[in-house]
Design a protein around this ligand. Structure first.
Ligand code: UDX
Length: 450
């Protein structure tokens, strides 16, 4: 099927690249001429494992192209995925102006029937507004539009794998015919019949994805409901960690045992310095704002957000208690990105902690495998280091803020000898307390006996 992607950000590039990888003809359009130029030149402006090879393979097979000509991309396609950004407005609600702008182009440039697919994260009832906008803007073109909601559940750092091996594919439609077209688009993924660029064809065994057909409103709600519930689970684990610290229990053991109950499940129970990234913080807020507009106080989500914000205060207080005075101390930070395997620092808990340390006069030396470039603009006074050993050299304390696997593999005996004081505060419970204390470290972590 001829597919166009409008919006070549993270979701658009993963969607376009993966749909091309499973055999579709894809045209990716973006109004940012600079971004299009970079993409045409083969430069992928985000760090996402496997994405570069997926797109370069699709390019050499002539199955994907990049353009700044939205009108042509609209006209040439049977199905159009809207993947533009919906950033939060001041009041926490989602900014839908980019979707409105795309609707105008689609409605005025279409010369035939189009499947218009919402892929961006949008509040409920956006589909209704989109259908209305297409009718109004397209009243002279006479083109027919089928609107579909198709939320993504991609996690940064594993999104190519998540797209090709989803647990479920959710489509919200008004007409069964639109659902059939979506099934057609995802057929090879639903039947697990494609050459997988992640597993080189040797994909791990597993059940085929569920194809969930529902209404547009329910589909839009499923996205926010899923993300908010995952955030809730993390905040629950973090409150549990606080209790474990007070009662001398070990949150890692508690959550592991909880997770063995399939009704609870082991995932998203990792306590730490809180959730970040461009999804959970904004989605949880957009969701309770949406509830407010519908006359309901979603207190649970507000509490999950409050708990999440308090993780930063608690961790900085832990550092203050351990160091007594932060001013003039060299505090080395391992990890800046909001989670491993990404260069994304948006709403990263690590950055908030760095901000606090600097505000109290600490000298921050930092290392992150991918996130330093984007952090430099925001924190020019931080010393960015070549590697983790460079960062910990001469430190009064090391704060582990993102659980990059390479930090676990460090030669911690060597680190011990390089620090002024062997003090480690592990905000992600990445390291083994017994091993660290055995090496002579003062080791503090989250929700485990000190
Ligand atoms: C999330 C959802 O997982 C994904 O389905 C959706 O499409 C987009 O939002 P992402 O933001 O990439 O994906 O990251 P995720 O892996 O979900 O982690 C989010 C945050 O939660 C990170 O800061 C991570 O460190 C934190 N987290 C995650 C925890 O603190 N504990 C956990 O157990 C899991």
């Amino acid at each position: 099927m001829r597919i166009s992607i409008v919006g070549c950000g993270y979701v658009g590039l993963v969607t376009g690249g993966c749909l091309a990888a499973v055999g579709h003809q894809v045209n990716c359009a973006d109004s940012d001429a600079e971004r299009v130029r970079a993409l045409v030149a083969g430069h992928i402006p985000i760090y996402e494992p496997h994405l570069e090879e997926v797109i370069s393979r699709a390019r050499s097979d002539k199955r994907i192209e990049f353009t700044g000509n939205l009108a042509a991309a609209v006209e040439s396609a049977e199905a159009i995925f809207i993947c533009v950004g919906t950033p939060p407005l001041e009041n926490g609600e989602a900014d839908l102006s980019a979707i409105d702008a795309v609707a105008r182009v689609i409605a005025t440039e279409a010369r035939g029937p189009k499947l218009v697919i919402e892929k961006s994260t949008v509040p409920v009832r956006t589909g209704e507004q989109l259908r209305r906008a297409l009718e109004v803007y397209g009243r002279t073109s006479g083109a027919k539009f089928q609107v579909v909601s198709n939320p993504e559940f991609l996690r940064e750092g594993s999104s190519v794998c998540d797209f090709l091996h989803p647990d479920r594919i959710v489509v919200g439609v008004d007409e069964p015919a639109a659902a059939e077209k979506m099934r057609e688009i995802y057929r090879s993924i639903l039947e697990r019949k494609f050459q997988c660029p992640v597993h080189n064809g040797a994909c791990p065994p597993g059940a085929p994805p569920q194809f969930v057909v529902t209404t547009i409103n329910s589909s839009e709600l499923i996205k926010h409901a899923s993300n908010s519930f995952l955030a809730l689970k993390i905040s629950y684990a973090n409150q549990l960690a606080d209790l474990c610290e007070r009662l001398g229990a070990d949150v890692e053991e508690v959550t592991r045992a909880m997770g063995l109950d399939p009704r609870i499940g082991p995932q998203f129970l990792r306590a730490g310095i809180g959730f970040g990234g461009f999804c959970f913080p904004k989605d949880i807020q957009a969701f309770y704002r949406l509830a407010e507009r519908a006359g309901m106080d979603f207190m649970l989500l507000k509490e999950a957000e409050r708990i999440n914000k308090s993780r930063i205060d608690q961790f900085v207080e832990k550092a203050r208690r351990a160091l007594w005075v932060l001013k003039g101390k060299q505090v080395s930070v391992l990890g800046l990105s909001f989670k491993p395997n990404t260069d994304d620092i948006r709403f990263a808990p690590a950055l908030e902690i760095v901000r606090r340390l600097l505000a109290e006069g600490a000298m921050v030396h930092a290392y992150d495998p991918q996130g330093m470039k984007k952090t430099q603009a925001e924190f020019p006074t931080v010393k960015y280091c070549e590697n983790a050993y460079d960062a910990v050299s001469g430190a009064d304390a090391v704060l582990l803020l993102t659980e990059w696997p390479e930090f676990r593999e460090l030669d911690w005996a060597r680190v011990h000898g390089m620090m002024v004081r062997p003090l480690v505060l592990d905000g992600r419970n990445l390291l083994d307390p017994g091993k660290m204390r055995g090496l002579g470290f003062e080791y503090h972590c989250i929700g485990r006996p000190d």
